[in-house]
Design a protein around this ligand. Structure first.
Ligand code: GTP
Ligand code: MG
Length: 175
């Protein structure tokens, strides 16, 4: 089983990655590029998972080499569960990528990271409502202190593919 951590640059993917995997990690160079990525392992209820800290990308329409690698890594792991990490204080930007990944048929879990920053800025997000709309697990996290990480791990088994048409129906985006 593989878990891919994906999201925009600088949203906390690597801090989440370190929380999930601990010290036993391997840094590799993506073949044919100068782009590095990190791979690690975690055990959940006796099951082994490979966790990959995918380079940051704004969308699946790659605009540079690092983004190209991110998209290729996703395409190479057809059976992976994807944890989409977004910056809760800029949530609307991160949700586009999340939807793109859902649309490609991957089981996705949404980590609303930097929840502390959103709170400091008085940004209130109804995680439960978002979970109902998207039909995927949505977990507020603060990677730097570990809040929500256990919950995130426990939801990996609940992640299933969702049809984006169903999401659009709920938000009235479909005629
Ligand atoms: N306040 C706060 N800071 C966070 C949180 N998670 C990560 N950070 C900080 O945000 C910065 C970026 O974290 P990274 O884990 O390096 O982000 P990344 O997504 O891996 O970034 P790239 O690899 O460059 O795409 C670091 O300074 C972290 O300490 C969080 O939940 N709350
Ligand atoms: Mg990183």
């Amino acid at each position: 089983m593989k878990v891919l951590l994906m999201g925009h640059p600088n949203v906390g993917k690597s801090v989440v990655f370190n929380r999930l995997t601990g010290a036993n990690v391997i840094i590799s160079n993506y073949p044919g590029t100068t782009v590095d990525y990190t791979k690690g392992y975690m055990k959940v209820k006796g099951k082994d998972f490979t966790v990959i800290d995918v380079p940051g990308t704004f969308s699946l329409e790659a605009k540079d080499k690092a983004e190209e690698v991110a998209v290729k890594m996703l395409e190479e792991e057809k059976d992976a569960v994807v944890i989409c990490v977004v910056d809760s204080s800029k949530i609307e930007r991160g949700l586009y990528l999340t939807l793109e990944i859902i649309e490609r048929g991957y089981p996705v879990i949404l980590a609303l990271n930097m929840w502390d920053i959103a709170q400091d800025k008085s940004i209130h997000i109804d995680a439960e409502k978002l979970e109902n709309i998207l039909g995927i697990p949505v977990i507020p996290t603060i990677a730097i202190n570990g809040k929500g990480i256990k919950d995130l791990v426990s939801k990996i088994k609940d992640a299933t593919p969702v049809e984006t048409d169903k999401i659009l129906e709920k938000v009235g985006g479909k005629e």
